[in-house]
Write a protein that binds this ligand. Structure first.
Ligand SMILES: *[C@@H]1O[C@H](CO)[C@@H](O)[C@H](O)[C@H]1NC(C)=O
Ligand SMILES: *[C@@H]1O[C@H](CO)[C@@H](O)[C@H](O)[C@H]1NC(C)=O
Ligand SMILES: *[C@@H]1O[C@H](CO)[C@@H](O)[C@H](O)[C@H]1NC(C)=O
Length: 404
């Protein structure tokens, strides 16, 4: 823009000079000197402008990572330090210099001062937080051969046979729904004897052979390993189902109005799809510091507030977002609470989860719970028993029920 302006300035000046010449034929030498001086000033100004612009905008410009030349202001907490370490490794200016994390400066210290005072499940989480890859025990490698429009992904535990069956018979029915192909998979880890689970290995094997919708990995399935389940799923997704258009991920105790979800997706504007991530979004939250709470996270592990995140009971995103999440998950330090972790990954991607009023992770008002028409407009409700799920599903598909 600036150089164009400069050239037009010059052309204008030449024209003025030309007109002057024609009009008067002769010019006083004083006047010529004045015009020449003005032109010279203009040319120098243009050159200066171009130079200063090119040093600002040129694509070849070398980014000087001022952040890392300065002494980094170090966080004293584990997660925050680890994230600084990962940011360091993945900094495009450094990854050629630093071949491996072991070459990192010693300002990265892996110390948790109060480790021995932490609850056992948090210690377990810490000990294994570096390991995010486990072998699969049961896979369905061809389940997405015909790329589904909507992939329904259900987080469940080995003993929850009844919940899975209710889902298969209702909102998780595979095949064509509302003229769109739907596929369902269940995500499981292992039910360990140390958590006092009975051995249901053979029953699960039978279920997997019968329904071909079970994905199981060889890790201990606990609350604080839910983020691990999420990461393992994203890795699986990018290998075995990367062409599905949308993903709905939910718990096994939610009711999902699948036809309503498909209608929502059908109406979605095309430009919304690449960044689609929607659910019951929670903002301005932070870690719980009460040791007795399920969600407790110690100060020595994480400080700061949480980015906006969608409650993990049910979220809807596009296949493109799933692939982006899979990639960025390698650059975000694991966090024991899975929905918060997904929020952190979205933040790293520069995405913001969008709140949708049809996602009811904290249920609906008690007086509406038995109103069939309410469920026709909702997308997801938490929580419902298998019997309630079957009951509500009949309301959804009931052809004689007319709602305004
Ligand atoms: C069903 O979907 C296909 C493409 O997936 C489309 O061509 C067709 O028009 C749809 N039919 C109806 C009745 O919406
Ligand atoms: C559970 O049962 C299966 C077969 O019945 C057996 O192979 C497996 O070792 C058992 N697992 C444990 C942890 O005992
Ligand atoms: C997560 O899974 C790993 C692998 O099975 C296990 O060693 C670890 O204790 C689990 N973490 C939690 C918090 O249960």
């Amino acid at each position: 823009i600036m150089s164009g302006f400069c050239y037009s300035c010059l052309v204008g000046l030449v024209l003025v000079l030309g007109l002057d010449l024609r009009a008067e034929m002769t010019l006083s030498s004083k006047r010529i000197r004045m015009i020449l001086g003005f032109m010279a000033f203009n040319v120098i100004g243009c050159i200066f402008l171009r130079l200063s612009l090119s040093t600002h905008n040129s694509p070849q410009k070398i980014q000087i990572p001022t952040r890392f030349w300065q002494k980094p202001s170090l966080s004293g907490t584990f997660w925050n330090q680890q994230q600084q370490r990962l940011d360091f490794i993945h900094n495009p200016n450094f990854n050629t210099i630093l071949a491996s994390p072991s070459e990192l400066p010693d300002w990265v210290q892996r110390q948790i001062a109060d480790y021995n005072l932490l609850p056992k499940h948090f210690q377990d989480f810490l000990l294994y937080s570096d390991c995010t890859s486990y072998p699969m025990l049961i896979n369905q490698p061809t389940i997405c051969e015909d790329a589904p429009f909507l992939l329904l992904v259900v987080k469940t535990l080995v003993p929850h046979f009844e919940r899975r069956q209710a889902i298969r018979e209702t909102w998780g029915q595979v095949g064509v729904v509302a003229n769109r192909t739907v596929t369902t998979v269940f995500l499981l880890g292992s039910a360990m004897p140390e958590d006092n689970h009975p051995n249901l290995t053979d029953l699960l094997k039978y279920e997997a052979e019968m329904h071909r919708d079970i994905l199981q990995w060889d890790y201990r399935d606990t609350f604080f390993n839910l983020t691990l389940k999420d990461i393992l799923f994203l890795d699986w997704y990018s290998s075995f189902c990367p062409n599905s258009q949308f993903v709905l991920k939910g718990d096994d105790d939610v009711f999902v109005n699948t036809p309503q979800i498909i209608e929502f997706l059908d109406r979605l504007l095309p430009h919304k799809i690449p960044d689609l991530f929607t659910g019951d979004v929670i903002t301005n939250a932070g870690p719980h510091r009460d040791k007795k709470l399920k969600y407790f996270v110690p100060e020595s592990y994480f400080v700061g507030s949480y980015p906006p995140y969608a409650g993990g009971g049910g979220v809807l995103y596009s296949g493109q977002v799933a692939l982006k999440l899979q990639e960025v998950s390698k650059k975000v330090v694991i966090y024991p609470i899975d929905d918060v972790y997904t929020g952190m990954c979205l933040k790293k991607l520069g995405l913001v989860p969008e709140k949708h009023s049809g996602f009811r992770m904290f249920d609906i008002e008690a007086k509406y719970k038995d109103n069939p028409c309410i469920y026709r407009t909702l997308m997801i409700v938490h929580s419902r028993t298998p019997q309630q799920i079957k009951h509500i599903w009949r309301w959804i598909v009931h052809p004689e029920l007319h709602c305004q």
